[in-house]
Ligand binder design. Structure first.
Ligand code: FUB
Length: 468
């Protein structure tokens, strides 16, 4: 079913068919989340970082927490980077105990901190981090001063006692490595490997000190012969090594994967993990297993729809078939997890919506970091946000931040667009945003999908919904 899915043209163009698939998937998710809710797990919406641009996510689980080491896109200005191109001068690290609540630990390394880096390049590209023997090793590509190598990229290492820094850069980049997008694997027998990209994927063993190569670089065998391949991420599952990588097979990059019995290959091409995104030329991924669930981290340009060098990290669940193959991941706005009903639920990060009369738009196109709103403008139009934890105690009322130039009425339903109505909310004609409240006529404890459905043919805009 997943292999024959058409390419997703952004989540905005969901068809009723996709919705049916999502309904089915949401029931599975609901079952999973009911189990997870017991262990206190919760989930995130896409994109996960809403106050800056992030890309090339390397997610790692250290000490029971998820650490995210992404690239940091900023917008170039005159004299500060190259306008119209990637502009990346530093790295932040983020952590989360539950994939929902993210802490930004601030800048851990900048191009100005590393002696060998050309600090006029603004090209601190896709990084990775690995733990060994009490230390955290942060690997990053950057153009070296006075480099004579192709595109000039070398790979450096910065070391810390903590996953969130402070990181101290080594005085020189790793000898013998020229390329971008480092990824480190420590296989179950304890050998560390460094992968990187230079047109194709390369691999070499690392010494125990994690700072030097222990073998000659070799090109990974078994990859598709044509098109740019970069951004390797390798992980081990059940004795097999999975290599996930972006491949520009046609116009923009799609995520593919290959499998090997040995970390150095040869790999066997297995298929597509995520279709190409027609709106964002690049994509790059990492994979983690966290609390018994596999997750794919990747990027999109949701917060910068007209400029794809300003990207945002997203997460979706990833599933394996019984033969070890990966099921294609369909990007969602909803992301992963259960949302607490008492929070401001961003229903514009929807799971599915009616074919007509429901749309989303930025709250403020001049400041996309403010997020989105939902617009309902015809009778029966609806939007559905899956997996909301209502808890055991009935909230006093439903609240919405809403506005309307006509006045309109919406129903709040549970589970699906025809599910039980738990509140009816009259949104008056307003000049601007207003908090509108309504009592709950019915309450069902536990985790439910939330549906907001228009009853009349007016026009309402909703920023968020909450139960308090
Ligand atoms: O983020 C800059 C570069 O774009 C990365 O290093 C590549 O993999 C691509 O995502």
């Amino acid at each position: 079913m997943f292999r024959n899915e058409p390419e997703i043209d952004g989540a905005l163009k969901q068809s009723a068919r996709t919705c049916v698939i999502r309904h089915f998937a949401s029931h599975l998710l609901l079952l999973a989340t009911l189990t997870l809710a017991v262990t206190g797990n919760s989930f995130a919406q896409n994109p996960i970082i809403m106050d800056q641009f992030t890309a090339d996510p390397s997610a790692r689980v250290f000490n029971g927490k998820v650490y995210l080491y992404p690239s940091h896109d900023i917008l170039a200005t005159e004299g500060h980077g190259r306008i119209g191109w990637f502009c990346m001068q530093d790295y932040h690290v983020f952590s989360s105990p539950n994939l929902t609540d993210w802490t930004d630990h601030g800048v851990i390394l900048s191009q100005y901190d590393v002696k060998w880096v050309d600090s006029t390049a603004y090209a601190m590209w896709a990084p990775d981090c690995m733990y060994r023997n009490g230390k955290y090793y942060f690997y990053f590509p950057a153009p070296a001063k006075h480099s004579t190598f192709r595109r000039g990229f070398s790979i450096g290492v910065a070391v810390s006692d903590k996953p969130y820094g402070p990181f101290t850069p080594q005085p020189e980049p790793i000898k013998g490595v020229h390329g971008i997008d480092p990824c480190v694997l420590i296989s179950s027998n304890g050998q560390a490997y460094l992968y990187w990209a230079a047109g194709r994927i390369w691999v070499a063993k690392l010494k125990k000190n994690m700072l030097e190569l222990a073998s000659k670089p070799q090109m990974v065998q078994g990859m598709p012969p044509k098109g740019l391949i970069e951004g390797p991420f390798v992980f081990e599952r059940r004795g097999k090594y999975y290599l996930v990588y972006p491949h520009a097979a046609h116009v923009s990059e799609r995520l593919e994967y290959a499998i090997a019995d040995n970390p150095m290959g040869p790999f066997k091409y297995m298929g597509v993990v995520m279709n190409r995104n027609p709106h964002c030329w690049t994509n790059q991924a990492s994979v983690i297993k966290f609390k018994n669930q596999w997750y794919l981290f990747y990027h999109d340009n949701y917060l910068s729809p007209h400029f794809d060098k300003a990207r945002s990290v997203c997460i979706d669940s990833m599933f394996f078939n019984s033969d070890g193959t990966i099921r294609k991941v369909i990007p969602t706005l909803r992301g992963v997890g259960v949302t607490n009903a008492r929070q401001e639920i961003q229903i514009d990060r929807y799971s599915c919506k009616s074919n007509g009369g429901a749309s989303i738009a930025f709250l403020d196109t001049s400041d996309t970091f403010m997020g989105w709103k939902t617009i309902l403008d015809s009778a029966g139009a609806w939007i559905q946000y899956n997996s909301v934890e209502f808890g055991a105690k009935k909230p006093g009322s439903v609240e919405m931040r809403a506005m309307s130039n006509t006045g309109g009425t919406v129903q709040v339903r549970l589970n699906n667009p025809d599910g039980p109505v738990i509140a009816t909310v009259r949104i008056p004609r307003t000049d601007g945003w207003k908090i509108v409240k309504s009592p709950l006529s019915e309450f069902q404890p536990g985790v439910h999908n939330l549906v907001v459905r228009m009853t009349d043919s007016e026009n309402v805009e909703i920023d968020w919904v909450s139960f308090r």
